[in-house]
Design a protein around this ligand. Structure first.
Ligand code: NA7
Length: 547
């Protein structure tokens, strides 16, 4: 061990995995309450998703004034956002600023991955192993690993023979990439692909976008914030914070109260025209309350966006491909863009429908489609997303009571009471895990709520001397069943998506998020706590001995 590396305890109250928004706040909160921690992250610095996703155009789709921590007035007042939707470098700077301000970095071990975690039923502790060969014993294991953190890419036959450059948006080289003079293909048209398309197009000799699924992208309408705007945001903090706390999606938007079917076609057009100009998630989520539940309302959005694409993209053949929708609007994570559709008006940009003509394989010099069409390429960019929601949790090789692995437990889909606590895995907490509202809300808000709730559990246990906290099978089953039933009232199950846990082959198809919104979830969690942690069994060491 070199002199600069501190000697860390091998027994702590909590192991925290991840140093993004979740892990940083969990570390701050637990440390402030006097708990000892070890915090690990595979990256070489803080940031989580904002550390890895450095592709050109990477930008937040939530607005800066609420896509940040709310727990510290000091941080809020000292930090200045430049624009409505900050780009990745700015959010990474913010997280660095927070880490420095709260002196968090010294307690985080970077470049270290958790390779396994085993619950010891005798001592009510987790034995967590790292890829550095160390084992740490912790009463609690708290994961802050994000929902989009294990990149996924297709395994085309022959890809290993491709002589050009290969990139994945989530593993972007820190030094950047220069596509000047290159023939580039971009595969994947979710949020990442849609954000980087216009910027790659500006550099590349030719960009071919390979589209499997047409997306309903909405203009972000990003803008620089003026001093006056920032001053007003601070002055009106209480007002818009109230909106955030009342919003199902945790954003400072008014909650819509009526169906599009209550308006005439002219009124609907006026509403959507206005929201299209405002841009962002407000378009999908503030006009009408039944986009996700009513096929007729959904179709209003589909038709509106289709017309906008056809109006924007001058070449009818390209517009036709971009409008080949096969799912209702917003049933996959809705992307926001800056000049995505406009980019297809460039002569050096084309779009290919790889749903009707899938990629058959790669050769030394490019990609070949099933039809035999061959594309000569210098670089391939995979914007093909992630093994979402469960992928990173399962990769940690966790084993709970009775030798059951998390992979076994979740073979038919993820299960965790409140989305935080899988039964059979006592003292494990999964921040923004499957069954929380995480992926359907503004993440920092959900993270703060989750961490605050978890920290209260830890404090309660410390006060009472309890050592084991475990969800009951009944409470967990009801939680999971309620989520499935809620999803069945919506259009989500009509399409394969990562919300449905079905974006990759082999994953069990089940809805993965709490649907009743952040305010309802917060209230349920508070009730559970107030009711002596109803739905949980809290055990003490004496009982452990008796077992
Ligand atoms: P997403 O939203 O999962 O999008 C991935 C895109 O890649 C999507 O268009 C997929 O099409 C496509 N894809 C995935 N696998 C393939 C294969 N094998 N062949 C062709 N096309 C494929 O990931 P993003 O990185 O864009 O965004 C992730 C989240 O990060 C985002 O929602 C924000 O929260 C930030 P599909 O729809 O599966 O047909």
């Amino acid at each position: 061990m070199t002199q600069s590396q501190p000697v860390r305890p091998t027994q702590v109250d909590a192991v925290i995995v991840g140093a993004g928004f979740s892990g940083l706040y969990a570390l701050y909160k637990l440390r402030a309450q006097g708990f000892t921690t070890r915090v690990f992250d595979a990256a070489t610095d803080v940031g989580g998703t904002w550390y890895w996703n450095r592709y050109p155009g990477a930008r937040c789709d939530s607005e800066s004034h609420y896509y940040c921590y709310s727990f510290s007035e000091e941080i809020r007042k000292e930090w200045t956002w430049s624009c409505r939707y900050p780009a990745q470098p700015e959010i990474l700077s913010y997280l660095n600023f927070v880490a420095d301000k709260l002196d968090l970095r010294k307690d985080i071990e970077f470049g270290t991955r958790i390779t396994s975690g085993k619950y010891d039923e005798g001592s009510h502790t987790w034995l967590v192993e790292t890829d550095k060969g160390e084992t740490v014993q912790a009463r609690f294991l708290i994961t802050g690993v994000g929902n989009t953190s294990t990149p996924a890419k297709p395994t085309y036959p022959g890809l290993e023979n491709f002589q050009g450059e290969l990139y994945h948006t989530a593993l972007w080289p820190h030094e950047g990439v220069n596509f000047s003079g290159k023939r580039v293909s971009l595969i994947g048209t979710g949020s990442s692909g849609i954000q980087c398309t216009p910027l790659i197009a500006e550099q590349a000799e030719h960009l071919t976008v390979f589209q499997r699924t047409a997306s309903y992208s909405v203009p972000a309408r990003n803008f620089e914030l003026t001093d006056e705007m920032r001053r007003k945001q601070l002055e009106t903090y209480d007002d818009w914070r109230e909106l955030v706390l009342a919003s199902p999606i945790g954003m400072s938007f008014p909650v819509p109260t009526k169906s599009a079917m209550e308006d005439t076609p002219e009124q609907r057009k006026a509403v959507l025209d206005k929201l299209w100009e405002v841009g962002g998630f407000r378009f999908m989520f503030t006009g009408y309350n039944d986009v996700i539940t009513n096929p007729e309302t959904n179709n209003v959005f589909v038709e509106y966006i289709t017309a906008k694409i056809k109006e924007t993209v001058k070449d009818p053949a390209k517009a036709d491909v971009l409008c080949r929708f096969n799912h209702p609007a917003a049933t996959k994570r809705p992307p926001l863009d800056t000049n995505y559709y406009e980019t297809f008006n460039r002569d050096n940009v084309s779009v290919v429908d790889i749903r009707s003509d899938p990629v058959a394989g790669a050769t030394e010099d490019g990609l070949t489609l099933t039809s035999g069409d061959h594309y000569k390429l210098d670089a391939i960019v995979f914007a093909t997303g992630f093994d979402t929601v469960t992928g990173t949790l399962l990769k940690m090789n966790l084993t709970g009571k009775g030798g059951q692995t998390l992979a076994d437990k979740w073979q038919d889909g993820p299960r965790a009471y409140l989305g935080l606590c899988p039964q059979g895995f006592p003292n494990l907490f999964t921040i923004t895990g499957p069954g929380t509202p995480g992926t359907l809300t503004n993440f920092p808000g959900c993270i703060e709520q989750n961490v605050d709730w978890i920290a209260d559990v830890l404090q309660t246990m410390r006060k009472t001397g309890a050592t084991e906290f475990e969800a009951t099978a009944e409470a967990e089953s009801k939680w999971v069943q309620d989520i499935i039933e809620a999803a069945d009232q919506t259009l989500y199950p009509t399409v394969d998506s990562w919300y449905m846990n079905s974006n990759l082959p082999g994953k069990p198809r089940v809805f993965t998020a709490y649907l009743n919104g952040m305010p309802s979830y917060t209230a349920v969690c508070a009730e559970v706590a107030a009711d002596g942690y109803k739905g949980f069994e809290i055990r003490n060491p004496a009982m452990a001995d008796a077992n």
